[in-house]
Design a protein. Structure first.
Ligand code: HEC
Ligand code: HEC
Ligand code: HEC
Ligand code: HEC
Ligand code: HEC
Length: 443
């Protein structure tokens, strides 16, 4: 069998020069530093430096998850041993390609810190997969860069125009991921592919690399449709703001204390080309808080009405639910009681999320240790509307008028996990996505 596989590999090598990037197949010095490209590509360099792909290795939560969880786990659990190099294949591709595994922590200032840099994306010539995932890019560093245009006249390097770099499949090489247990733990491309946007030909680049006048290089021409490298996602409050519309209704606008009012919230995802939340779905939460506030400022949080679908309990905030037990196991913490599943989300709020479960069936934020995430997917799909209802019995002591306020929040990581690892607050604090309100007068 070994020999047969060996022969097969040889044949594949001979038949196609395009092989997926392999660990240690290059040296750091095969790749130029981003600052070097930035000396001519000034605007693009500034944009890239400010975005998450430039921080894909150095960002605190990435460092913590790799060094405190994934790496120690890979050393003791054979099934997940591959993530020692695997995480790096997407988060610090330079270190992966140079065989610098595990890379030194970000504080050591190695070239792993460059993250997803110019020299990664602009040397990717293809992929080995039809529907790519798990860093299945083919990369050929050298004097020739890959770019979108046929009429570019570069200085100091060459370019090959490429259709691939303009495609969603290019992004998919890193944005979709299968765990060692075969679960799709990142599926932004697959979500997009099933959406109306794919059919309309609207690709990732159209929403994340918007076109506007600019100079791709200082000595190049002013271009009317320069592809900006903002790559804003959920780490940009400005990108999240208004990503989902909220329309709020009540079945009466006048009521008496003791009477019941029925409230309906309609949430429309008209801007996101995939699920919201997407990407690291294991730890992202989008949730709706509906509050009634009376004229004296007294407030009541309204629990969402249950719908009765399978797995719904994971979509309604429960301050008594604990999860993330694998953290205690990996870190060898005695008597670990788990962390609050829903962080500080108020009891009864609807959470739009997709819970992940480890091989022992417990909810987890460790995507590499995910055996199953198919129980329930209650995120808001592209151009989908979710309708939530609430029943509010006006308290006898309420003083009118009453304001019903709906706030939609997003968080990167449950606050319980963020606080446990002492992350900077802006890596887990709730971000307001949208807000809406109506008034009910009291008889
Ligand atoms: C995550 C991948 C990625 C990274 C990182 C990246 N680029 Fe790009 N770049 C692209 C894509 C994709 C396009 C083409 C977009 C299109 O036209 O659809 C592009 C386009 C360009 C263009 C042509 C712009 C135009 O419209 O004429 C230049 C020049 C460029 N990039 C330089 C850089 C430099 C310099 C860096 C680093 C500071 C960098 N890129 C980092 C993916 C990337
Ligand atoms: C000495 C200046 C200079 C340096 C350094 C430089 N470039 Fe360029 N590059 C240019 C010019 C000029 C263009 C043409 C811009 C245009 O036509 O709009 C260009 C074009 C490009 C394009 C766009 C091709 C297209 O299809 O539009 C890419 C991609 C690119 N460079 C990548 C890089 C990368 C990656 C680096 C760093 C390794 C780099 N460049 C370093 C001057 C430079
Ligand atoms: C129609 C516009 C649109 C298209 C097409 C689109 N996106 Fe997005 N994307 C958004 C918006 C808006 C957000 C911010 C809301 C959010 O975080 O979900 C976002 C967020 C993201 C995030 C952060 C997700 C999270 O929850 O952390 C990633 C990663 C991302 N997009 C990648 C992609 C990739 C890869 C593609 C192509 C396969 C793509 N996007 C296609 C609009 C789009
Ligand atoms: C070589 C791997 C790689 C490629 C190719 C790649 N990305 Fe990423 N991208 C990443 C990684 C890793 C992160 C996560 C950074 C983090 O949060 O640690 C990321 C994050 C993002 C985010 C999230 C930003 C935020 O604010 O949350 C967006 C949006 C995004 N990428 C868009 C794209 C688009 C669009 C393309 C294709 C043009 C693309 N990426 C190609 C690796 C890649
Ligand atoms: C196939 C490529 C790929 C692999 C493999 C991968 N990641 Fe990621 N990772 C990404 C992308 C893309 C994102 C951004 C998704 C988003 O914005 O929601 C991300 C996001 C993250 C985040 C969230 C960052 C934030 O700001 O909230 C952490 C932490 C992380 N990855 C750690 C890891 C660790 C640890 C491993 C190995 C066990 C790993 N990743 C493996 C591509 C990958």
């Amino acid at each position: 069998m070994r020999i047969l596989l060996g022969l097969l590999t040889l044949c594949l090598v001979a038949a196609s020069p395009s092989l997926a990037a392999e660990m240690g197949s290059f040296k750091y010095h095969d790749f130029k530093k981003p600052q070097k490209c930035g000396s001519c590509h000034k605007e693009i360099y500034q944009e890239w430096k400010a975005n998450m792909m430039a921080k894909a290795y150095t960002h605190t939560w990435d460092q913590v998850e790799y060094f405190k969880l994934a790496l120690p786990h890979a050393m003791k659990e054979p099934k997940v041993a591959g993530v020692k190099a695997g995480c790096i294949g997407c988060h610090a591709p330079l270190a992966f390609l140079a065989g610098d595994i595990p890379p030194k922590p970000a504080s050591e200032g190695t070239r792993a810190n460059e993250g997803v840099s110019c020299e990664i994306c602009h040397n990717i010539t293809g992929t080995t997969e039809k529907e790519p995932f798990n860093f299945s890019y083919v990369i050929e560093p050298g004097k020739t860069k890959v770019g979108p245009r046929k009429d570019a006249k570069p200085v100091s390097h060459k370019v090959t125009p490429s259709e691939f770099i303009k495609s969603a499949e290019f992004c998919a090489t890193c944005h979709d991921e299968a765990s060692p247990y075969g679960a799709w733990v990142k599926a932004t491309y697959r979500e997009w592919k099933a959406s109306p946007y794919a059919k309309e030909g609207v690709v990732c680049q159209d929403c994340h690399m918007y076109r506007a006048p600019g100079k791709a290089a200082t000595m190049g021409p002013e271009r009317a449709d320069m592809a900006h490298h903002a790559f804003q996602g959920s780490h940009s409050p400005a990108k999240l703001a208004g990503a989902v519309d909220i329309a709020l209704y009540a079945n009466k606008d006048k009521a008496a204390p003791g009477e019941t009012v029925k409230i309906r919230a309609e949430l429309f995802n008209g801007k996101v080309g995939h699920m919201i939340p997407s990407g690291s779905a294991e730890e992202r939460m989008l949730w709706l808080e509906v509050w009634a506030i009376d004229a004296n400022g007294k407030s009541w949080h309204l629990p969402v009405n249950k719908k009765g679908f399978k797995g719904e309990e994971y979509t309604i905030a429960d301050p008594n639910a604990y999860a993330y037990f694998a953290i205690g196991e990996i870190m060898e913490i005695k008597d670990f009681k788990g962390l609050k599943r829903d962080g500080d989300v108020p009891a009864g709020a609807r959470i739009f999320r997709k819970p992940f479960f480890d091989p022992k069936g417990r909810m987890t934020v460790c995507q590499w240790y995910t055996a199953n995430n198919e129980l329930v997917d209650y995120r808001i799909g592209p151009r989908e509307t979710k309708v939530e209802t609430y029943t509010f019995k006006i308290p006898a002591e309420a003083k009118g008028p009453i304001t019903i306020k709906a706030n939609l929040y997003y968080s990167q990581v449950p606050s319980s996990v963020g606080k446990f690892f002492d992350l900077p607050e802006d890596e887990y604090a709730p971000i307001l996505v949208n807000s809406s309100q109506i008034t009910i007068n009291l008889d």
